[in-house]
Design a protein around this ligand. Structure first.
Ligand code: ZN
Ligand code: ZN
Length: 276
């Protein structure tokens, strides 16, 4: 899940749309899963609020799934938003055609779908074109799963299939890279190896660049591990991550999911920031 809210005071609504406008670009990012794909052939312009009909799911579908939840017809769609620029997003076909389809979860009870209802109903699917803080809704495990920390976050994960296996595997690779690189940054700053510090920092900046895949996860992991704001990464001092403060912790795999990762190791850094 990607939006522009990471960039302070930054980009116009919906970075994906700006990328769509930039016709010279060959690649763009799926607004939901953050995969970078050829936009001409691999990304659809889809409607955030479905234009033709609205569906919902039955019960509580799993947060980890390789197939979209079964759709139950609710009623006609948001026809008046069919040509509304703000209702467009760029989406890959697994997110859009495999999972989201005509799903549009809102806070129950759902009001009748008539013109203007979009101004009063509470959408549970996060709008990638709106400004929200990623960490208010999502967190990531070291094995590449995304978890919802709000009702909107969970509904968005279910609606777009954000824990389907191929995504988890791709995110896992990036997460391991981030993990190793933050370790390197901390170790090199503990021993004042400036060249290593510089290259680790540079690598993290590149991994979390907004044009890269899974930017939200990368920045979240870096912030969690280094206890800094992403914006401060270029200059942060890490002296307080002292070697003696490193402890290891086994974290249980959060889901009974299909992948083979049962447990994984995370290194939790304690630090003295607050005490000073
Ligand atoms: Zn996608
Ligand atoms: Zn798993």
């Amino acid at each position: 899940m990607w939006n522009a809210s990471w960039e302070k005071g930054g980009l116009p609504r919906g970075i994906h749309k700006q990328m769509l406008v930039g016709m010279e670009l060959e690649y763009a990012k799926c607004a939901w899963c953050e995969r970078v794909l050829r936009w001409k052939s691999e990304l659809d312009v889809e409607h955030y609020r479905p234009k033709a009909e609205v569906t919902c799911w039955d019960g509580s579908p799993p947060l980890v799934s390789d197939v979209g939840p079964k759709e139950v017809y609710v009623g006609p769609g948001y026809w008046w938003l069919a040509f509304s620029w703000d209702n467009y997003s760029l989406s890959c076909s697994p997110c859009n055609r495999g999972f989201k389809r005509n799903l549009f979860p809102v806070m129950e009870p759902r009001a009748a779908c008539t013109e203007g209802v979009e101004l009063t109903e509470k959408a549970l699917l996060l709008d990638p074109g709106s400004a929200f803080r990623v960490r208010d809704h999502f967190r990531w495990t070291v094995d590449g799963h995304v978890e919802g920390v709000s009702e909107e976050g969970r509904a968005t994960i279910i609606t777009c299939g954000l824990n389907r296996r191929d995504l988890v595997v791709r995110r896992l690779k990036v997460a391991l890279d981030v993990n190793e690189t933050t370790d390197m940054l901390i170790r090199s700053s503990q021993s004042s190896r400036r060249d290593d510090m510089r290259s680790a920092r540079k690598r993290l900046m590149r991994l979390g660049d907004r044009r890269e895949e899974f930017t939200s996860m990368v920045r979240w992991l870096v912030e969690e591990k280094l206890r800094i704001d992403w914006e401060k990464l270029p200059r942060c001092r890490l002296d307080h991550h002292r070697a003696g403060n490193v402890r290891r912790k086994i974290i249980r795999h959060p889901y009974d999911c299909a992948c083979n990762v049962v447990t994984f190791r995370a290194i939790v850094f304690r630090h003295d920031c607050q005490r000073r």
